[in-house]
Write a protein that binds this ligand. Sequence first.
Ligand SMILES: *Cc1c(COP(=O)(O)O)cnc(C)c1O
Length: 423
Amino acid sequence: MRWLLVPGRPVPNSSEGKDAIMSDPIGELLPPDRLMLTPGPSSVHPRIYRAMSTTMVGHLDPWFLNMMMNEVQVLLREVFRTENRTTFPISSSGSGGIEASVLNPLEAGDEALICVNGAFSARMAEIAERTPAHVTRITAPFGRTVDPDDVRRAGKGKKIKVVGVTHGESSTSVASPLAEYRKVADELGALLVVDCVSTLSGMPIDVDKLRLDICFSGSQKALSAPPGLSPITVSLAAEEVIRSRKTKVQSWYFDLTTTMNYWGQERTYHHTPAIPLLYAFREALRMVMEEGLEARWERHRTNQQAFIAGIEGLGLKPFVENPAERMITVTAIQVPEGVNGKQVQQQLLDDFNIEIAGGFGPLKGKIWRVGLMGHTSRQKNVLLLLAALENVLAVQGHRAPDGAGVAAAIRAYSEAGATAAVK
Ligand SMILES: *Cc1c(COP(=O)(O)O)cnc(C)c1O
């Protein structure tokens, strides 16, 4: 049956039930103007929208193959801080980056150790477990980092091909010390695969200095581009491993040995990339380099510190107890006793047009997750959210002295000597 969406006709699959009737013709698309303070996607800068709406060309157009793709790769290498020749955006969300990074180096007979301390690192383990390789999960309680010594012990006496770790586990807001896992991976002779989806350009990452073998991210997090691209970089050592596989990679789409040829010198057709997204992504990378990586990391840090001061001023607690284990781009907050976390999120959305996230899995209803990433990591957003939170929490009986959150954040900004850059 073909549904005609015209006034007076029923709406298929309507959340209002079978009897819902279309009252207006389908109009022009007008999404609500939200402030997205979630762990992705983050709000997008107008410059990026402008780039995205410029003229389409073909994916084999000489201008696209030479100028556009080259420029994206040059910028991306700078943002990753790498000279890896294999550095390009994969046509997929961040999860596709996990697929590519895990499927490509692993074959039957291989051993992988995956650090699991939340939902995204568990996703990496799950994807690894779907390969024929043998996978061991090295776990830590949610809210903590995986102890590098546990990884060391688990790999002792074995031939380990891959150690996998998530830099910013945004389901809990825990950050992992990459240099320590590099040390362990070196001792085990393993490649280090790192999920930087929620941290690239918001927290210090230096791919070459840290010698991360495969590192990937997502366009919609701290890079502040729309979702749909997963930038990846592959070291020569990892490339060597991938090129000398005995069997084909299970996935055709995520097979780096062929996608590398489209983004490599040959520019051989593999699939049609999302061209307008690449325009947007190029502009996002340009904005990162214009600001400068160090200045950008500093801006994220200053806003996160002020935000934490603010929530403590409201009588709330960060979920991650140890400040050294906290992410900078995402902060999880404990939902206080007697407060309905979901209702707080709903009211922030309804009354203030602000979207924050809740917890999932075992943390559902127990935490909120706030992303201050990319374009949204700004003083004005921190103060607005704190003011809105104070009001919404008061409705639920959680009261703090008037303006205590905003005042604490302003104090933190002034103590940090925050410059105009954080605004
Ligand atoms: C968001 C996120 C992902 C998943 O990215 P999608 O774009 O939703 O597929 C993976 N890892 C981490 C750490 C993330 O924060």
